[in-house]
Design a binder for this molecule. Sequence first.
Ligand code: FES
Length: 494
Amino acid sequence: MQKHTINLQPLGKTIQVNDETPLIDVLHEFGIEFPCGGKGTCGKCKVKLITGEIEVSEKHGQQIEKLGLNSEWRLACYSNCTSDITLEVEQFNHIILADESNFEFVPLLGFGVAVDLGTTTLVAQLIDLSTAKVIAVETMLNPQAKFGADLISRIQSGIDGKAVEMTTVIRSAIGSMIDLMLQKHNVEIRKIVIVGNTAMQLIFSREDVSPLAMYPFEVKNLGMKTFIPNELGWKTKVAESVQFYPSIGSFVGSDILAGIAATGLGEKEHYTALIDLGTNGEIVVGNKDRIVCASTAAGPAFEGTNISMGMRAVTGAISSLHLENGKIIANVIGNTEPKGICGSALVDAIAIFRKLEMIGDFGDINSGDTQISIAGKVKITRKDINEFQLAKAAIAAGLEILTQELSIQLSDINELYIAGGFGSYINLKHVSEIGMIELPEQKIRKMGNTALLGAKMFLFSNLKIVEDILVKTIHVNLETNPDFENIFVDKILF
Ligand code: FES
């Protein structure tokens, strides 16, 4: 198959792709977000075509015109790669203030770095604090992956004597991402904000992770951790501080705190929910008076763990499925042979097979077979369906318990934001249809990486914004809630 080169500016990265590869499939791997999920309506995925050609379909042309863009712009979500191209990625030159989530900032002098330390991926952005412009970005997979893919195995590695090594690895990875950005932009850093889940915070801070492995799962010090670059082994000079923001609970970290800030959930009159579907699934419900949050073990299924042909959203993964004239059409990342299925397509597969009455209410395969073919050699098994049911039940039950804690009904939630790794791809209609989120599709909105957005907001704010959130937030332990088991079992059925 013919190959093409895509050169991404200002990232300075070059990638090889197959002919006709949709840009949405490859750009999201570089941290580029598709806020409207590729509908062509938000314009946030726009790229400037510096060299090469990208054909513009009639619909694409109409959307470009509607958004008032001139002829050098393309919407990445509508574009395929058919020649060698150089693109300037608008998102990384974009003024963050343009975000819909009420992010306002008071300009400051100097530059800051926002870091989202995820269990699976790391993203760092260099921000001009006078404009809130992102001037550089670095992304990488969390090198702690060699100590285990999920949180539980990382925590276990920590207990098994690998804690110091894990700390060194993550500090050095983030330090080198910052160095790379500063090599391209020789500026002085005023402040560095890091957010991440509680386990990541403890490991980064060289603190004991063992409380996360045993009842009552209580971490003594969830607060803000402040460092000087020297003690982290970083060469970077930082005028003010390097701060790892506080966690909310043992399994709800500062990434969720940042998500609450990014969505403005704690300032709204009406009830709003946030579900972060990353390596673990955190749920938050609240308004300006009260916020409750919890974590569920829903993440691994959506990230491909425990699913026989599950994989992350990388080349070869089926990222979405839809029905066309009764035929299942698979979208494969990188336009290549399908090798496996990622979380968003798993949701699609379940919804479509339910619609086609191939999967029963209990998750059984109606034909009596043990597996269903999806595309190429990729299939899902009865066990995969059951794993998915456990994950969807965890989310649905978690949401219900949190609404009970607030003495409200699910229908009192005005808006629900989905954040996290595969949020940009997930089909909201399918999410609602299969009962993963028991709200109408119209109430659910994709929000991209709220942790990173919140971390950027923290660069501009004093600690009051954090204190305001923490003072009204209660962390709920779902496992010890007497109703959880019954509700969970109830939600396993389709
Ligand atoms: S226009 Fe919204 S993601 Fe492309």
